[in-house]
Design a binder for this molecule. Structure first.
Ligand SMILES: Nc1ncnc2c1ncn2[C@@H]1O[C@H](COP(=O)(O)OP(=O)(O)OP(=O)(O)O)[C@@H](O)[C@H]1O
Ligand SMILES: [Mg+2]
Length: 477
């Protein structure tokens, strides 16, 4: 039951009051009058914005979804108010969606124009206003993007603050172990002087050096003991030391056990050096083991430092070409290392990599941003508890990298909007809503790939699909 609205009626609506007769009759023939029953939806937020509505009679309520709740923003029966495809005239904005929902509170009557018509009319009739509006619109968006990027940089800053913190632990451990090592080496020199004071003959010294070699090997391969087994082993050694009149046995026992030494081995030493050299020999070998353990600690700490620095370099790609052939697993690992401090204790990380995948051409630093955004979202969703799964596999000439989490999932009503810029369900100040928008642009526009998402409560997977062979290059924007 549609009818048209004559030009003179149109002129009574404030929106159209300054149009000339020709313009009014154009609108009149393009539009139609429609009625909606009380309680029905006129248009819904997030649906394709195909129509422009002007209220003729009745009462309507406009609402927006805020973090999953429908919030009424206005209610009116003022003739002439409008809604729907209100931004249709902004150029370059295909596939616009309704930004809010409109519901008829009472039976209501509308003048309805197709979005293309209102877009065309505004562009043609008000070219100068169009320029100004576009400037305003694009300017606002650019400002928001700059603000977003600035926030991203700040996030990178907090990432590197995290890295500094991570570096601190192994660095402090290395410093501590080095200074202890200096003390032990000095102690060894003194004991060596005592042993070599002419009281040991050549063959005894030879045996001792052999035992020392053995001690080094034991220290390197000493098994990790349970607390109970360790305390039993320490008891046995302390008793042996006591029986052989070596004082302060308890201090030595802990080191000897950590170095994998047992009572039989101590008997061998005693046999090799004779009674009067027994104590200096045991102490000397204890120093050997201690030194070995400390060097192991330093080795671990230094390796950890260099792997962190390596990850930071890999992550930032500062000294690399922006577009190059990379192993995606290196990127994923570097990102995980960089995010290590942000991964809570209660979150288990599982990696299932298909290592047979070849290196692929990519903008590595930007892909790292994608992994960071997806992992960050997964961690937020899990809120401290769950499993983060990173998988890769090959499918039809593509590499697939999947970030999975065991969080509550993405509600179906939120799902269509997650890739929109500035869409976030996080509290103000926590999310900018740009993470997925940026990721989408990096994967789809720059790599000619795709991001897909599957989500049920307890199982959300973001799948990044990347071509394995080089795609035709363009400017990537
Ligand atoms: N793994 C996930 N589980 C549940 N919801 C998710 C997940 N990833 C994204 N979302 C939803 O998508 C929305 C948009 O994500 P996006 O990364 O674009 O922005 P954000 O995380 O809210 O903010 P930002 O990333 O800018 O800090 C999130 O607010 C959240 O509602
Ligand atoms: Mg995010």
């Amino acid at each position: 039951m549609t009818e048209t609205l004559p030009p003179r009626e149109l002129r009574t609506l404030f929106l159209f009051e300054s149009l000339d007769d020709g313009q009014l009759s154009a609108l009149s023939s393009a539009g139609r009058v429609e009625t909606r029953a009380a309680g029905t939806l006129v248009y819904g937020e997030g649906e394709p914005a195909t129509c422009f509505f002007v209220l003729l009679s009745g009462t309507v309520a406009m609402s927006r979804r805020v973090q999953g709740d429908e919030v009424e923003v206005s209610r009116t029966s003022q003739r002439g108010v409008y809604g729907g495809a209100t931004q249709a005239y902004i150029s370059g904005e295909q596939h616009q969606l309704y930004l809010n929902s409109l519901r008829a509170v009472t039976d209501a009557e509308f003048f309805v124009l197709p979005a293309e018509v209102i877009a065309e009319c505004v562009r043609e009739w008000f070219p100068m206003a169009m320029h100004l509006l576009e400037g305003l619109f694009i300017g606002m968006r650019a400002t928001q993007t700059v603000v977003g990027e600035r926030e991203r940089l700040l996030a990178l800053g907090s990432l590197s603050a995290g890295l500094t913190h991570e570096l601190n632990n192994p660095a402090a451990a290395a410093v501590r172990a080095t200074s202890a090592l200096r003390g032990r080496v000095a102690g060894m020199r003194q004991k060596l002087a005592m042993i070599a004071d002419g009281r040991l003959d050549g063959s005894q010294l030879h045996d001792l050096v052999e035992l020392q070699e053995d001690a080094v090997k034991r220290a390197a391969s000493a098994p990790e003991l349970s607390p109970l087994a360790r305390s039993d082993a320490e008891d046995a050694i302390a008793d042996w030391l006591d029986d052989h009149d070596i004082v302060g046995g308890w201090d030595l026992a802990a080191t000897l056990v950590a170095g994998g030494v047992d009572v039989e081995w101590l008997d061998q030493i005693a046999g090799a050096v004779g009674e009067e050299n027994r104590e200096p020999a045991v102490r000397w070998l204890t120093y050997t083991i201690d030194t070995e353990l400390l060097m192991g600690e330093i080795d671990d700490a230094v390796n950890r430092i260099s792997s962190l620095v390596g990850a930071a370099k890999q992550y930032s790609q500062l000294d690399r070409a922006p577009y190059q052939t990379v192993d995606v697993h290196d990127l994923l690992d570097a990102t995980l290392t960089m995010l290590h401090g942000k991964i809570p204790q209660g979150v288990r990380t599982v990696k299932e990599y298909d290592r047979s995948l070849p290196p692929i051409p990519a903008y590595a630093a930007e892909l790292n941003q994608v992994w960071t955004n997806l992992i960050d979202n997964a961690l937020c969703a899990m809120d401290g508890e769950g499993t983060l799964t990173i998988r890769t596999w090959r499918k039809d000439g593509h590499l697939i990298a999947e970030i999975g989490d065991t969080g509550p999932g993405i509600p179906p009503e939120v799902r269509p909007r997650i890739f929109e810029p500035f869409f976030t369900t996080k509290p103000v100040g926590e999310g900018t809503g740009l993470g997925l928008d940026i990721s989408y642009r990096i994967v789809v526009n720059k790599h000619h790939g795709d991001i897909r998402v599957e989500s049920t409560p307890g199982d959300t997977r973001f799948r990044v699909v990347l071509p394995i062979t080089q795609a035709p290059r363009d400017d990537g924007r």
